[in-house]
Design a protein. Structure first.
Length: 351
């Protein structure tokens, strides 16, 4: 039974009790006229108490029930309370406290689920995987099967690089080595339908030691293979070209695949630019997964380096696609010299 209904029943009972007791006593003292006046005043008093206390509480209780179902805020609840109710602010504080408590409980439950999942994942010891792959590689070498040995070695290195979370920034050299291992695995899987070419001029060779966000090239290469070159029977090519300018490092990942028409390209670039949107809202289209992967890379780069950096996609139907990344050149070295931007400093503090 609700609080307001309880108060109403209590007031009715109290009114009847007082009326019963007083009628017996006052009848002996007052004339019939004064007795009638007394009963009228008592009725008015009871009605006033009902209108000022019980009815607003009943309205508030109904609003509270609706708020639980519709997740209304405390302001919407309090609109149904009379301004004359003195404990309005206390009710507001109570509602907000209850809402915050519900949020904390839900967050705690979510963290518990995440911790449980992490505990289950941690039971899969990565060293078991590495040792098993090394054993397979050993048997392959014993049988003089060097191709299998190289593939297994590349697979172990790829897993080790992907799972290792000690750093969010890695050298361009390490990232390119990981791409070479990844492409070796794919070439074996697809019977050498694709090749990889890395182009860095001697004048830009110092870029190998520049730091970039970890695992930003692999998703782009993966998209090039599975979206651009998926129909390629032979002669598929992925090219990674690195150019250093005065302030930036330009990394372009190109493929000679089927490319995209103007509409698909505009849609993809719009997805990448729409950092405020929920990536899960992108439905349909052959390039949906591509948009999600590239949008994630865009967000990572801009969160770390600022809005002046990121990626752009250029494509022509039946000719191929270029994905160009722009990041600050020599990021770690510039940090040591104290010439990075305030945005970079703020994000570097969290690395």
């Amino acid at each position: 039974m609700g609080m307001a209904r309880t108060i109403k029943l209590y007031m009715m009972f109290l009114f009847l009790l007082i009326l019963f007791l007083l009628l017996g006593y006052i009848t002996k003292l007052l004339s019939p006229i004064w007795m009638g006046i007394f009963i009228v005043n008592l009725t008015i008093l009871t009605l006033w108490l009902y209108l000022t206390i019980a009815k607003p509480l009943s309205s508030f209780e109904d609003s509270l029930d609706r708020s639980i179902e519709t997740e209304l805020g405390s302001e919407a609840l309090l609109d149904n309370l009379s301004d004359d109710v003195l404990f309005k602010n206390k009710i507001k504080d109570l509602v907000e406290k209850c809402a915050n408590e519900m949020i904390r409980e839900n967050s705690a439950e979510m963290l518990d689920k995440q911790a449980e999942l992490a505990a289950l994942q941690s039971q899969i010891n990565p060293h078991f995987l590495y040792n098993t792959l090394e054993t397979i590689r050993g048997y392959a070498l014993i049988d003089d099967n060097n191709d299998i040995a190289k593939i297994v070695e590349a697979l172990a290195a790829f897993f080790r690089y992907s799972i290792n979370r000690r750093a969010d920034l890695v050298t361009l050299r390490d990232e390119l080595v990981n791409i070479q291992n990844y492409m070796m695995i794919l070439k074996f899987r697809f019977n050498n339908r694709f090749t990889l070419e890395i182009i860095i001029d001697d004048d830009d060779s110092k870029a190998y030691d520049y730091f970039i966000p970890k695992l930003i090239l692999q998703p782009i290469v993966e998209n090039a293979i599975f979206h651009g070159l998926e129909d390629c029977v032979e002669g598929g090519r992925v090219t990674i070209e690195v150019i250093e300018t005065e302030k930036n490092l330009l990394i372009t990942v190109s493929d000679n695949g089927k490319g995209m028409d103007g509409k698909a390209l505009n849609d993809l670039n719009e997805r990448i630019r729409s950092a405020e949107r929920n990536l899960e809202d992108y439905k349909g289209g052959a390039h949906r997964n591509t948009g999600i992967a590239l949008s994630n890379i865009q967000k990572r780069i801009q969160l770390l380096f600022g809005p002046d950096y990121g990626l752009s996609v250029y494509s022509t139907a039946n000719q191929g696609t270029d994905v160009e990344l722009t990041i600050p050149a020599g990021y770690e070295r510039r940090m040591q010299k104290g010439i990075v931007t305030d945005h970079e400093k703020g994000n570097a503090a969290h690395q």
